[in-house]
Design a protein around this ligand. Structure first.
Ligand SMILES: NC(=O)CC[C@H](N)C(=O)O
Length: 328
């Protein structure tokens, strides 16, 4: 039997509420041992070990926990005695954690993130089957060299592509631009696609000696916008700003002016879009060359922040950072 380590970080999958029909509950209330004991069938699939990394709602996620998690996953998967890792996680920031690991874990073995939309004490919880499916994906030979994947609601998604698309439904995840890469039905794993962007062992990022990431802020664009938040970000020491722009990454004139100034002062400004699908293109309505801006390709702003933080650990050259957004 394969050896799988389950790293628990919290979330609804480890949540508990007062009654089966009460929508209010606490995320990250159940420890890893209890979480695993609730799904005894996973022991038929693999020899399971559990470890608690954190026990939080993933809206409390920090760069510090990401670094700790990535280092632990690297450490575990380097061992011959570990064949794959499953990470239980809250769904709010799961996509960003998945992408962070996709860029920083240096191994071809399976790495699977899983969560749930209904807590263990609710009626028809989705966590147990999601966990069973996640362990199945982690033990599948087909999962090698796929980068980090997210398993939710019988679907397998690539870390770079997946995003949360619903606040409360069990089908809360989708890979909006590209589609899911596989399915898993009561443990029966099938892949249909292979992620092509560079990931895991193929990236240039090395977090082993890093304890702090450069500050990158996200600023959300809108009609009748302001320059206040750009100025505040610069004052707070942001090395990068992701602008979640209107449409194809467009900006309100006053915000554009403030970002132009920030860019000329050395802050790396990356244009993404608040639309939720499609690329933010160079040579659109914004003169990126003139302002020194870069674009985030089709990464949403929360994932673009992850890549820009890691990119800034390597270089401040905008051409190089732009290249990263086309490669990763
Ligand atoms: N469905 C969930 O996991 C949401 C619970 C919590 N907000 C979290 O992200 O951890």
């Amino acid at each position: 039997k394969p050896n799988i380590t389950i790293l628990a970080t919290g979330g609804t999958i480890a949540g508990a509420g007062e009654s089966s029909v009460n929508s209010s509950y606490s995320a990250g209330a159940v420890t890893v041992d209890k979480l695993l004991a609730a799904v005894p069938d996973i022991n038929k699939l693999a020899t399971i070990k559990g470890e608690q990394i954190s026990n939080i709602g993933s809206q409390e996620m920090t760069n510090k926990v990401w670094l700790k998690l990535a280092k632990r996953v690297n450490e575990l998967l380097k061992k011959d005695s570990v064949d794959g890792v499953v990470i239980t996680h809250g769904t709010d920031t799961m996509e960003a954690t998945a992408y962070f690991l996709d860029l920083t874990v240096k191994i071809k073995k399976p790495i699977v993130l899983v969560g749930s939309m209904r807590s263990g004490s609710s009626m028809s919880p989705d966590g147990p089957l999601n966990l069973y499916n996640a362990v199945s994906v982690a033990t599948s030979k087909q999962s090698f060299n796929k980068g980090v994947v997210v398993v939710m609601n019988d679907e397998i998604h690539a870390a770079r592509e997946v995003t949360k698309v619903n606040t409360s439904a069990v089908n809360a995840f989708a890979s909006v631009n590209t589609g899911k890469i596989g399915t898993v039905y009561y443990g029966d794993v099938h892949y249909y696609m292979q992620p092509l962007r560079k990931h895991t062992f193929d990236t240039e990022f090395d977090i082993e000696k890093i304890n702090k990431l450069p500050r990158v802020d996200i600023i959300y664009g809108h009609a009748d916008d302001t320059d206040l938040f750009v100025k505040a970000a610069v004052k707070a020491g942001a090395q990068g700003i992701i602008h979640a722009g209107m449409g194809n990454g467009n900006l309100f004139p006053k915000t554009l002016e403030a970002l132009d100034t920030a860019s000329k002062e050395g802050v790396v400004v990356a244009r993404s879009s608040r639309v939720g699908s499609g690329r933010t293109n160079l040579h659109g309505e914004v003169n990126d060359k003139k302002h020194g801006f870069i674009v985030t390709d089709d990464l949403n702003s929360q994932k673009a922040r992850v890549l820009l933080m890691l990119g800034l650990t390597k270089t401040h050259y905008r051409d190089k950072l732009q290249q990263m957004f086309f490669e990763y």
